[in-house]
Design a binder for this molecule. Structure first.
Ligand SMILES: C[S@@+](CC[C@H](N)C(=O)[O-])C[C@H]1O[C@@H](n2cnc3c(N)ncnc32)[C@H](O)[C@@H]1O
Length: 314
């Protein structure tokens, strides 16, 4: 477990190698302008460590574990903040055998040998059903008082085909749910460009580190720019290959990225140093998070939005 801070051009980039729930508890409340993340999906990949999210015995336990983490995201998000959650679905196979998968994708190959809960019989839905996990998570977050503002469809126009799926369309989109902490929040619509709730971004096959599920850079740019001013504060509790931290650096936002996998954090840190970032003590990160975002008041995302009517609490 370790926290690092790096600095470049007055931008502070924090990396926390820890379980997401534990790391978030170390961060101060009401801090970040925008959170953007993609957690591991339910039994889709193997990140190779015991406490990984996505390998729970039931869907309910997966949903609860994520929602508990996102309660902490809500605590550290400022009242005007938004949260973008990218999440994909899983099929219930129920045929009592490990599910064959794409041999070209090493992190999915565990499915060829391991009997996952979704391969076991006895669920209360028919075999071969899409489970509907993204909406189960969204409804649980709504129940926990997040405001669900948009179900953005990320259309992956170069998605891999699914050779084993011969009796249904291949999947080419994922959900990006946009939540706000309160009804009155900050948002720069001009950064949507000419796309509304269908975002078309190809999957990026060029990888910064050895990681199999990176976000496209342009997708993260849109989330960060709609949700924060320059020198604002960005959070990603499952930072993986470091896309969110790298984009935040390029867009001049402070950022904290969390991942439990030591070698991902190590490689992200090395990449940032190769780009000229210098090590800086972790207390400096906490200090810069405590300072108000200098451009927030004049930021269009703040000025152009519905203001909280006087006397309203949320
Ligand atoms: C889908 S990947 C994120 C990819 C990221 N969006 C990117 O652009 O590279 C999910 C990440 O969650 C991490 N992870 C899994 N369980 C975790 C946990 N309990 N706490 C923190 N990170 C965890 C994995 O190591 C993996 O890197």
């Amino acid at each position: 477990m370790a926290n690092f801070c790096l600095r470049q051009d007055n931008v502070h980039l924090g990396l926390m190698q820890n379980d997401a729930l534990k790391a978030l508890k170390e961060l101060p409340p009401n801090t970040f302008d925008v959170a953007v993340t993609s957690p591991p999906y339910f039994w889709v990949r193997d990140y190779g460590f015991d406490a990984q999210i996505g390998h729970e015995d039931t869907v309910d336990n997966y949903v609860k574990r994520l929602a508990d983490i996102f309660d902490e995201v809500k605590r550290v998000l400022c009242d005007e903040g938004v949260f973008y959650l990218n999440i994909g679905d899983t099929y219930y196979s129920g045929n009592g055998q490990p599910h064959g998968s794409d041999p070209a994708c090493s992190s999915r190959n565990f499915m060829r040998t391991k009997l996952r809960p979704v391969d076991q019989s006895g669920w209360d839905i028919p075999q071969k059903s899409l489970i509907g996990i993204p909406w189960k998570v969204a409804f649980e977050l709504q129940r926990r008082n997040w405001t669900l503002r948009s179900d953005i469809i990320w259309e992956r126009d170069n998605a891999l085909s699914e050779p084993s799926a011969r009796d249904r369309p291949h999947r080419s989109y994922e959900h990006i749910f946009m939540f706000s902490k309160s009804r009155f929040y900050s948002f720069d619509r001009s950064k949507l460009g000419d796309q509304e709730d269908v975002w078309r971004f190809p999957i990026e096959r060029v990888k910064l580190i050895d990681h199999n599920a990176p976000f496209p850079t342009a997708l993260v740019e849109r989330c960060i720019e709609t949700g924060s001013p320059p020198f604002g504060k960005v959070l990603d509790p499952f930072v993986g290959s470091g896309t969110t931290v790298n984009v935040a650096r390029a867009l001049k936002r402070h950022c904290v990225g969390i991942d439990a996998h030591p070698s991902y954090i190590k490689q992200i840190r090395q990449n940032l140093m190769d780009l000229g970032c210098k090590p800086f003590g972790w207390p400096n990160m906490i200090q810069s998070l405590a300072a108000p975002s200098p451009n927030f008041k004049q930021w269009i995302g703040n000025l152009k939005n519905m203001k909280k009517p006087k006397g309203k609490k949320n």
